[in-house]
Ligand binder design. Structure first.
Ligand code: CA
Length: 723
């Protein structure tokens, strides 16, 4: 390449273009300006390796490998990585988004589905779009106000909103183009936290809500207009009505009774999808059952298709192609919504087109993605619920000890893994260089307990409807800490060909971050205990580490601007673990602090100071006056209504207020807050869910728990007492 004219300005442009070409970027500023922001289409995503400087869809490519060919940053120089810029996200709650970067602009999301467009070189805000998610409905989402990011297509940015909307935003101005309500039934609790995928001009999104009782589905909309193209149901509807399609004809005989119609059946598609443009197949990960207890769902019978399955769908028509069910008749919240990676790998001397998933149930599956045939399955951690997968039938062998719903005495049964799995939504990564899959792994077990009598379906929407008790932890601090110490995490490098672990790095607790691998022989991951780390991809040697000043759950990405490679971590503690199992999550020792942290070689920016929003919450309870009966009733009502956000046994993980530390003012207006005074802060109104008497009982229970803490000899540090 040589400059076409002698003018210095022109020469500079060409030099930059040359630099871009040298590091792998294939576009020039002139090209970018001509096509406008977020000018992404299917051809660009299919050919993503020709412009590795961009990250155009949530998994970077349709096969969702989360591997980048960029190699300016390598195992040789990664120790020089420093902060290039930081950006503070508005709300300090769970951050789970994978950013998108197209032609120098980053599009990402924070809590409550707020969308940010940032200059990817400087971190400067270009625009912000707040879809104003209905805060009154925040309690209808199981796992904090999280969002896993946007999709971009033809000049527009697409976000799934926590309250169930899907919206298209103009990428230049940040203004709304269209909006649709994706809920099929507004009387049920249906939420969105996942990132949309866009294939063949259709924007595809699923929903969450199985814990509250809903029927699962995904929907394809025309990306330009928002008009619905097709909807794929994952579980059957009313057996008295005709089956909607062939998929439902297959699924219906695997369900018994009618309870699932009231309860919805579950099978929500709340996270992962991947796409094979040659086969024109969309792969979706289907979630857990509703209710969890098979006895109250399907009379304890049947596989209950397509719960906990990978389903392949013909993307043009939305018709069923094949399925593989990981956990027939799921009873443990064993979603198969975890990240699905597509790759062509050599197995027994033959290149196979595979789909790989490690869902919550603890197995790592390699499946032929052309027909759904199981090629291999091995457990990534020790399992107590199953003793292996029968390769003839593809079915797991289930251990009796895990079948809590068959226990005539309704005793608690300890099961490993439990409801957050050996691997949850945190994306894994596949490096074609090493041939390894890097899995953010959990080691956790929890109790499940049958209920003697079927609980009535509650009309109130901000409450779990599991048909079982699960995840019970001791109230006493010493026993709680002992249990907490049995939950740990690790980064596992797994060889999918041999189904063996190659290397692993242990972590303090579960819920460490998603993973990125690169051609620089690097693997990047953030940790629950507040670090961002780089390892060598082949050996797992720690090569770089910096503090993130909060827990990290989201997966990092890498991109280039002006020929320079950057690595971005979205950081911010929150999500399901730190809300529901607050007491156990305190082992991570971090506080919620939502930020975008972007690094480059030689970066010298500083991590900004941080003020914890509940730092002034102190332990100062009023005198304990509640009767033992009041406190016992309050404990039940708290467990059923409040624990999913404020923590089991009223021990908060620090993301939402620890209710043992209520101020005098908030004690005085406790009922007003429970009945909706703080809806705008995301505290739902329980006016339809709790009577005045129950509110008082919950209040007395909280005062009791505050005194428990005051009197505790160990006084383990709580999140709110940390600096
Ligand atoms: Ca679930």
């Amino acid at each position: 390449m040589k400059p076409a004219s002698g003018k210095p300005a022109r020469f500079l442009t060409m030099t930059t273009a040359l630099a871009l070409a040298l590091v792998g970027g294939s576009t020039t500023f002139a090209q970018n300006a001509a096509r406008g922001p977020a000018a992404v289409d299917g051809a660009r995503i299919v050919n993503a390796d020709k412009e590795p400087g961009n990250w155009m869809t949530t998994g970077r490519t349709y096969d969702e490998q989360r591997y980048s060919p960029l190699k300016q940053i390598t195992d040789k120089n990664v120790d020089k990585l420093g902060l290039a810029w930081t950006y503070k996200i508005d709300i300090d709650r769970g951050v789970e988004a994978t950013p998108i970067v197209v032609d120098g602009v980053m599009y990402t999301t924070g809590p409550f589905s707020i969308v940010y467009a940032l200059d990817a070189k400087t971190g400067q805000l270009k625009w912000k779009y707040d879809p104003k998610s209905d805060r009154a409905r925040a309690g209808e989402a199981c796992c904090d106000a999280v969002n896993r990011g946007v999709a971009v297509w033809n000049g527009k940015v697409y976000v799934g909103v926590l309250d169930g909307r899907l919206e298209a935003i103009d990428a230049k101005s940040g203004t709304k183009v269209w909006s649709v309500d994706t809920r099929y039934d507004t009387t049920r609790s249906i939420s969105i936290t996942g990132a949309p995928r866009i294939v063949e001009g259709k924007v595809i999104i699923g929903n969450g809500g199985a814990e509250y009782g809903t029927r699962g589905y995904i929907t394809a909309y025309d990306a330009e207009t928002g008009k619905q193209d097709w909807r794929f149901w994952t579980v059957p509807g009313d057996p008295d009505k005709p089956a909607e399609n062939k998929a439902m004809e297959i699924a219906r005989p695997t369900w018994t009774g009618r309870a699932f119609v009231t309860q919805g059946g579950g099978g929500t598609v709340w996270d992962s999808m991947s796409y094979d443009p040659e086969l024109k197949l969309l792969y979706i990960g289907v979630g857990n059952a509703s209710s969890w207890n098979p006895k109250f769902r399907s009379e304890g019978k049947g596989d209950n298709l397509f719960l906990s399955s990978i389903v392949a769908i013909h993307v043009d028509t939305g018709e069923y192609a094949w399925h593989y069910q990981t956990t027939p008749g799921d009873a443990w919240d064993f979603t198969a919504t975890a990240h699905i990676i597509l790759a062509d790998i050599k197995i027994d001397g033959k290149v196979r087109k595979v789909a790989m998933q490690s869902p919550k149930n603890g197995y790592f599956y390699v499946i032929d993605r052309t027909n759904g045939k199981l090629l291999s399955a091995k457990n990534i951690i020790p399992l107590s619920w199953s003793s292996g997968v029968d390769m003839k039938t593809g079915r797991p062998k289930v251990n009796e000890s895990a079948e809590y719903w068959k226990d005539p005495e309704h005793k608690p049964h300890l099961v490993q893994p439990a409801f957050w799995g050996a691997h949850d939504w945190q994306p894994m990564s596949y490096s074609p260089d090493t041939g390894l899959v890097y899995i953010p792994t959990h080691i956790m077990s929890a109790y499940y307990q049958d209920l003697a009598k079927e609980p009535p379906r509650r009309k109130f929407k901000s409450a779990y409807q599991l048909g079982a008790d699960a995840g019970m932890v001791p109230e006493a601090e010493k026993e709680l800490r002992e249990l907490a110490n049995t939950w740990s995490g690790k980064l596992t490098a797994w060889d999918p060909k041999t189904q063996k672990m190659v290397w692993e790095v242990p972590y303090k607790t579960i819920f460490n971050g998603g993973v990125l691998s690169t051609a620089g022989n690097l693997v990047f991951e953030g940790t629950a205990d507040g670090r961002v780390v780089a390892y060598s991809a082949d050996k797992g040697k720690k090569l770089w580490e910096q503090p993130a000043n909060t827990g990290v759950m989201a997966a990092p990405i890498t991109y280039t601007v002006d020929g320079e490679q950057y690595v971005t971590f979205m950081v911010g503690w929150g999500g399901a673990f730190s809300t529901f199992e607050g007491g156990i999550s305190l082992n991570a020792g971090v506080l919620p602090n939502a930020q975008v942290l972007t690094y480059k070689l030689g970066g010298t920016a500083k991590l900004p100071d941080f003020k914890y929003k509940y730092a002034d919450h102190k332990l100062d309870p009023p005198p304990l006056t509640g009767t033992p009966e009041q406190i016992a009733e309050g404990q039940k009502a708290f467990g059923a209504n409040c624990s999913q956000c404020h923590g089991i046994n009223a021990v908060s993980g620090g993301v939402l207020p620890d209710l043992r530390l209520l101020s005098k003012e908030n004690h005085a207006r406790f009922a007003a807050i429970v009945y909706g005074a703080r809806v705008m802060d995301g505290m739902p109104s329980f006016a339809d869910g709790l009577t005045m008497q129950q509110v008082e009982e919950v209040h007395q229970y909280l005062i009791k728990r505050a005194h428990d803490l005051k009197d505790s000899p160990t006084r383990e540090p709580r999140a709110a007492q940390q600096p």
